[in-house]
Design a protein around this ligand. Structure first.
Ligand SMILES: [Zn+2]
Length: 282
């Protein structure tokens, strides 16, 4: 599912995430600490880095701050993004943009594949909290829109898994902590506007889009969605102007007969593609 950006020059160079102090975004990872301890022992190498904007974490030349709200959005919901380590190093990341739109402490990021009570006490406490929802689609999940609850009364938490579709599935299945909160899903007709990265189905939204829709519902304020999607739209049109190709989802390509790769002979893979065409949950 990796995306190939052709013709992108400056844009494809991502700021080194380890050098960036996310202003609104706290990153916690035990694995990361282990790695950085090991790195301390290496000889120091001075390298020149492209100046990076501290607010949106983008290279200054392609800073998206003009598209961010002047003041952080006033929300009471706290987002907990559990991020697959591969996602942190991706060229196009939407979580820093999300964090930059929200008040400090309202978007916390935990990087890792496996989480448990001992190593991730804060996240474990959030999972055990009855005011926490976990956004992950499935047969057990209720539509967030249909939950007949008033979310505006008291502070709520929403956990969102950030990774490719298969990474997210693996993280959900293998972390028993994530089975504790009430599981919810979005039943939105919004097709992903985040067209640069291939989405496995048209309904598979980027983390920023998921967060935007979720917060609008929780806070009963549709403007939140508009404000949060503005930097994403700017990012996409910027990348496309600079030669990135539009990546339609596999589902879209198959549906419209545009899928140009040979269909797999492997029965299991073929079944998967058929499921995509019929839009079944896999
Ligand atoms: Zn910026």
């Amino acid at each position: 599912m990796d995306t190939i950006l052709q013709g992108v020059t400056d844009l494809s160079i991502d700021p080194d995430p380890s050098s960036v102090e996310h202003r609104h975004c706290q990153t916690t990872s035990v694995e990361e600490e282990d790695i950085s301890r090991g790195l301390l022992e290496l000889p120091i190498e001075i390298c020149e880095r492209r100046p990076t904007c501290l607010r949106c974490c983008r290279p200054e030349k392609v800073c998206l701050c003009p598209f961010l709200p002047a003041h952080p959005l006033d929300v009471s919901t706290c987002l907990y993004i559990v991020q697959h380590p591969a996602e942190e190093s991706r060229v196009l990341r939407t979580v820093p943009l999300l964090a930059a739109c929200l008040p400090p402490g309202k978007c916390k990021v935990f990087v890792g594949r496996r989480f448990n009570k001992e190593r991730n006490a804060e996240l474990a406490a959030v999972c055990q909290n009855s005011r926490t929802l976990l956004l992950y689609p499935g047969a057990e999940a209720q539509n967030l829109q249909d939950l007949n609850e008033d979310f505006t009364g008291e502070e709520r938490n929403v956990i969102i898994i950030d990774g490719t579709w298969s990474q997210a599935k693996d993280m959900f299945l293998r972390n028993s902590l994530f089975h504790l909160p009430k599981q919810v899903q979005l039943n939105s007709t919004l097709s992903s506007q985040y067209v640069i990265r291939t989405q496995p189905t048209n309904m598979c939204l980027s983390t920023l889009e998921c967060a935007a829709i979720t917060l609008s519902i929780m806070e009963k304020n549709p403007t939140i969605q508009e404000v949060l999607l503005k930097p994403l739209q700017a990012l996409c049109s910027f990348q496309l102007q600079h030669g990135a190709q539009v990546h339609h989802s596999k589902e879209h390509l198959l549906k419209y007969g545009l899928y140009d790769k040979p269909l797999p002979k492997n029965k299991r893979k073929m079944r998967r593609i058929q499921k995509l065409i019929t839009n079944q949950k896999i």
